[in-house]
Write a protein that binds this ligand. Sequence first.
Ligand code: AP5
Length: 233
Amino acid sequence: MIIILLGPPGAGKGTQAQRLEREHGLKQLSTGDMLRSAAKSGTDVGLRAKEVMDRGELVSDDIVVQIIAEALTRDECVNGYILDGFPRTVAQAGALDAMLEQRGTKLNAVVEIVVPEDVLVERISGRFACAKCGATYHDKFHLPKKDCVCDECGGTEFVRRDDDRPDAVRQRLKVYKAQTEPLLPYYRERGILIRIDGNRPMDEVAAEIDRQLGIENLKPPKCDDGDAAGTAG
Ligand code: AP5
């Protein structure tokens, strides 16, 4: 199963993609995470991308298309994957269509997570993540179960993103409206767009996504016998 998660900054794409990977074995492919990791490694591409990201602008189509093209060849995508933050422009959507066609696969659904702007700003300003595994938390809505210990990996260091400053957030919201919202009619016309009200508690959003995708019973593949629960991507 191949799914795109679409939505403005702070809508909950990363939160839901991490959960879909954990609960259903669909690999999360986050271009934002991949670019942040390249920046952390200090590669040329990563450092140039970081400057653009910190301003709240989009990294060039060529770079992100290349990153996704490489990711799709990985074995971990074989049971299906979630594109989290890609595509973000009509040009990227066209490039994705070409990549999927070349691989003989197709998109199953595009999930748009809808959240009002004032709520987005509150979510982004309270967000922090585990420095070790990237699991996402929130000062008010989602604290680790044990104080200062990551639920997922036991890590004890947490980070906040450089592009979560108010000026960069305003720019990211503007860029989403101008460059990414045009993807909604693109996918609606193809009959694969699903709209989810994301302004609800996380578990309600999760249940609605699973119900609309029909994956309530999809389990992650078992590691011991290579039994694949999903369909190849
Ligand atoms: P990216 O990392 O993709 O950021 P984004 O799209 O701005 O989205 P966010 O990660 O801010 O939000 P989210 O929707 O994942 O929300 P989250 O689950 O964390 O991209 C960053 C930058 O990289 C871009 O600006 C661009 O420069 C570059 N880039 C990336 N992809 C690119 C591409 N394809 N092309 C060009 N450039 C690209 O949730 C937010 C907070 O809310 C968390 O604290 C969470 O705990 C909380 N929360 C989540 N759901 C709920 C809920 N239901 N109720 C209450 N709280 C909730």
